[in-house]
Design a protein around this ligand. Structure first.
Ligand code: ADP
Ligand code: MG
Length: 451
């Protein structure tokens, strides 16, 4: 390198202060000087742009003072090799050690290269969420703000959010897009408080064009983080900047989330990712198989394997994906076709643990569908027989097919008392011995739910 970047960086520390230096200057890597242009590598476009906007001239002056004849600074974003695609941060990840924080203030921006729209398989259960995500990803005028995606674990929330981020990065390079987990948001906030950098923190978050916060249920019960999040949120909405959020449940159902925050979250578009169905799982398996073939080489797979997996591995796409990956790894290692025997052998743990676990919510949905009722009636107070009977059947099935206790089931049935649930369960048990139609209905529903 033709310039003494280390020295210049030190000089900058004095000029911009310790914390700015840590956040913006330290993450830069000076690559080369060519034709009067000094090229830096920044960990994200956001950092690069920020430095360019705020410190360009200052840095330039210092370099010139050293005697180099430069006219401009250029920032490239870390290439694939420099930032290995890292898997999506699991929500339960414990915060990194405090000292690591300053190294890259925007660490959360590292996106997984696999999580693009191209790799997202669309089916009935996720088509609405997908369409909404696509819309936001055009970067056009903000139509719904925020976009709130919710759904169970492993159904593709993070995938869709990162797909939005990728697409925006490509199509609207002029926009500052920040994607991070709610946990990271909190972590940075706490760090900023501790280091008295709260103004920097506010500036960063209020200067983005698109803010995406994954797993916002995480901030529930964390008062000051909620408060700060609320202000950030409002500031961005006021500036008509797009916000995208995800959570494992609907805003109104997040416990310990302040009402004013949850109601704010609901004022845009709230869409849920439904549990996957058989067709979607099959589609995903086929897509992922093509993908794995690229890294493991072509692997021969016996007929019926995908169907079996799609049938047996319930809801969570992450588990489905893991199972397939294991089969590919195993098969390519021993050079044999993936057969049913291999599947049973290799995946016995997964198959065992994914013995269908049905949720009360699914039961309610299926029963309501079957009897042509609205889900709200199922949970509501109406006592007419056409509603009360299916409701009791749903209670009965919840008791039979899930491990929930009566009070837990009661809570999920619009906050009913456990004695009401018990009464319903007994009633259905009683009737089963005399009412063959009811019996048939129940068996059908059970099969549907367990498939
Ligand atoms: P969530 O954030 O909802 O818990 P993720 O987005 O992390 O779930 O998805 C879990 C895994 O399943 C990821 O590897 C993701 O790529 C994959 N996945 C989920 N839904 C789909 C889909 N519709 N098409 C392709 N892959 C999917
Ligand atoms: Mg996620």
């Amino acid at each position: 390198m033709a310039i003494g970047w280390a020295g210049i960086s030190d000089e900058l520390r004095r000029e911009v202060g310790e914390s700015n230096h840590k956040n913006w200057i330290e993450p830069l890597e000076c690559l080369e000087i060519n034709d009067g242009v000094v090229r830096f590598r920044a960990p994200s476009r956001f950092v690069g742009d920020w430095v360019k906007r705020n410190y360009h001239d200052q840095i330039l002056t210092l370099i010139r003072k050293e005697g180099s004849d430069v006219t401009r600074l250029d920032f490239v974003v870390s290439t694939v090799a420099a930032t290995p695609a890292k898997s999506v941060t699991p929500p339960a990840e414990s915060p990194a050690p405090a000292t690591a924080m300053g190294e890259d203030v925007l660490q959360g921006v590292v996106l997984d290269q696999k999580l693009t729209f191209d790799n997202f398989v669309v089916g009935k259960p996720n088509e609405l969420a997908h369409a909404a995500a696509r819309r936001v990803a055009t970067g056009g005028p903000v139509t719904f703000n925020p976009l709130f995606l919710y759904g169970g674990v492993g159904l593709g929330k993070t995938h869709l959010m990162q797909a939005i981020a990728w697409e925006l990065t490509e199509k609207r390079p002029d926009l500052q897009v920040l994607y991070l987990s709610a946990e990271k948001f909190m972590y940075r906030f706490v760090q900023a408080l501790r280091d008295r950098e709260i103004m920097d923190f506010k500036n960063i978050f209020r200067s983005v064009d698109v803010l995406m916060v994954d797993d916002v249920q995480f901030i529930a019960g964390k008062e000051s983080t909620q408060e700060e999040f609320f202000h950030t949120f409002n500031a961005l909405v006021d500036q008509n900047k797009q916000i995208v959020m995800s959570a494992d449940r609907a805003p109104g159902e997040i416990k310990d989330l302040e009402a004013r925050i949850s109601s704010r979250m609901q004022c845009g578009l709230v869409v849920d990712l439904h549990p996957t169905n058989y067709e979607l799982r099959l589609g995903i398996l086929q897509r992922k198989a093509a993908h794995f073939a690229q890294s493991y080489g072509a692997v021969k797979i016996s007929d019926g394997i995908f169907e079996f997996l799609a049938h047996r591995i319930s809801n969570n796409v992450r588990v489905l994906e893991g199972a397939l990956q294991r089969l590919f790894a195993f098969s390519s290692l021993i050079g044999q076709e993936v057969t049913m025997d291999m599947v049973q052998d290799c995946l016995s743990d997964i198959l065992r643990s994914s013995e269908r676990r049905v949720t009360v919510e699914e039961i309610q949905r299926k029963v309501a569908e079957h009897f042509n009722l609205r889900l709200s009636d199922m949970l509501g107070p109406k006592r007419t027989r056409t509603i009360a009977r299916p409701r009791q059947i749903a209670m009965y099935l919840s008791k039979e097919l899930t491990s929930r206790s009566l009070p837990e089931i009661g809570r999920r049935f619009g906050g009913r008392d456990h004695t009401t649930i018990l009464h319903g369960v007994r009633k259905v048990e009683e009737m089963r011995s005399t009412d063959s139609q009811l019996n048939e209905d129940i068996e059908l529903l059970r099969r549907l739910l367990e498939s």
